[in-house]
Design a protein around this ligand. Structure first.
Ligand SMILES: NC(=O)c1ccc[n+]([C@@H]2O[C@H](COP(=O)([O-])OP(=O)(O)OC[C@H]3O[C@@H](n4cnc5c(N)ncnc54)[C@H](OP(=O)(O)O)[C@@H]3O)[C@@H](O)[C@H]2O)c1
Length: 229
């Protein structure tokens, strides 16, 4: 068993680098790319999003294609991967689709100070993990590996992206650029401020470029573990 899962960060951005709008959920991709993302989800053991994304987007995070769900079931897996989120404040609604949609296990990594609140609120619908005083993505990744997660898909938002990337925990970045501008500095960008391992002195490796209708998929190999297919 590896000490952390193969980690794939998947994100769609506008031409001007935003991943959402300040006011409402923004659909950046197209149907063909949503289907591609569905296939990536089906290939993973767990999908992680930040608590703000659970609150703002109310994502279901399920594999949509019946054929892919059947294929997972035939391999002895749950139809959709485990869902994982991370929170300091524990202000998550147990009725959110993250918790109610699908039968896969749900994990909530919570800072110690709010674990009791989280357990009271979310205990019936998820496993609440005391992640320590400060939730660190490296420790979280190690814990996921110990729970059998070999392939982790990180699906946002910006705060979570930033921590995984700055901690050098991402093996593969799948970045989709959608042909729109958001043009609102209040909207979330792909990442927040931080020191990233890739910069002008150490450029990331672009592994492939694919056009998918009106969007483009850029795949970056961010570690030596990158799996080309
Ligand atoms: N385009 C895309 O592909 C895509 C995908 C996903 C999301 N999005 C967009 O991204 C935006 C949300 O991004 P965001 O940066 O605001 O939020 P986020 O990354 O989704 O979640 C941030 C929240 O996660 C929790 N968190 C993060 N790191 C933590 C840590 N180390 N310890 C404890 N808790 C931690 C905190 O939750 P608490 O506040 O509960 O403490 C924090 O407020 C939304 O607009 C959404 O639509 C876009």
């Amino acid at each position: 068993m590896r000490d952390r899962p193969y980690t794939l960060l998947s994100c769609s951005v506008s031409i001007d680098g935003y991943i959402g709008s300040a006011a409402s959920r923004l659909l950046l991709s197209n149907d063909a790319d949503f289907d591609r993302v569905d296939a990536v989800r089906a290939s993973c053991d767990a999908i992680l999003v930040g608590a703000a994304t659970v609150r703002s987007d109310n994502p279901r995070l399920l594999v949509r294609s019946q054929a892919r769900r059947d294929e997972r079931t035939a391999r002895g897996l749950a139809p959709s991967p485990m869902k994982v989120t991370v929170t300091r404040r524990a202000e998550l609604d147990a009725r959110a689709d993250f918790f109610t949609a699908g039968k896969a296990e749900k994990l909530v990594y919570c800072a110690t100070s709010r674990v009791r609140d989280a357990s009271e609120r979310l205990g019936p619908v998820a496993t609440v993990v005391d992640a320590g005083h400060t939730v660190e993505m490296e420790r979280l990744s190690t814990d996921l590996a110990a729970r059998g997660v070999e392939r982790l898909m990180v699906e946002g938002g910006a705060t979570v992206h930033t921590q995984f990337l700055t901690a050098d925990l991402v093996d593969e970045l799948q970045l989709v650029v959608a042909p729109i501008f958001v043009g609102d500095s209040q909207a979330p960008r792909f990442v927040r401020d931080g020191f990233f391992p890739w910069n002008s002195a150490r450029r990331a490796t672009l592994a492939s470029v694919h056009q998918i209708g009106d969007v483009v998929l850029l795949r970056y190999a961010l570690s030596s573990r990158f799996e080309d297919d």
